[in-house]
Design a protein around this ligand. Sequence first.
Ligand SMILES: Nc1ncnc2c1ncn2[C@@H]1O[C@@H]2COP(=O)(O)O[C@H]2[C@H]1O
Length: 187
Amino acid sequence: MTEFLEQINKYNQLTKEAEKDFLSRLKTKSFKKGEFINKEGQICKQLYFIEKGLVKQYYHHKDRLFVLRFFSENTIFTVLDSFINQMPADFLTVALEDTNLIYIDYDNVQELSKIDHSFETFLRKIFSNAALYNLKRIKEMFNNDATELYVSFAKNNPHLLQRISLGDIASYIGISQVTLSRIRAKK
Ligand SMILES: Nc1ncnc2c1ncn2[C@@H]1O[C@@H]2COP(=O)(O)O[C@H]2[C@H]1O
């Protein structure tokens, strides 16, 4: 549980009371590889921290699939729009490995941010970071060709390369697995 707190304190140091209060509201849940953490149409009511494992967050339309992001150990995640607006999710999140999550429910997040300014600041910072992350991702997709996108993914995620299938990496870059194999063969 304390790893989640440590991660939060990197965004904004909580007060001692807030730390205690936060820890008392945490729960845990484990998912087997292939299990859904959230499905399309469900309202995401949790802010998660990955203690162990790897998940993929993606969007699909007809037969096309786009991976927004992979989240691995020591990362906080949620389904942003669904969690913030409490609306049905378009994005799905699935465990790519057996995954242990620590989480706090939406209602507890709301309550804590009402009573504690340090927690509210943490929330503002993490959601700003998430927005900036997504803008950077859009720009990267727009400005780079598939080879550059693969090289950048491999450079920024060396620890994940062996853990993610080629099909999923291709869906992150927005190309077919055949095209990705060609790119990798040239490297
Ligand atoms: N879907 C998301 N939900 C919550 N936080 C996110 C999400 N996407 C990105 N972030 C945050 O934005 C941060 C960007 O840097 P990190 O990858 O270190 O960690 C990321 C998360 O803390």
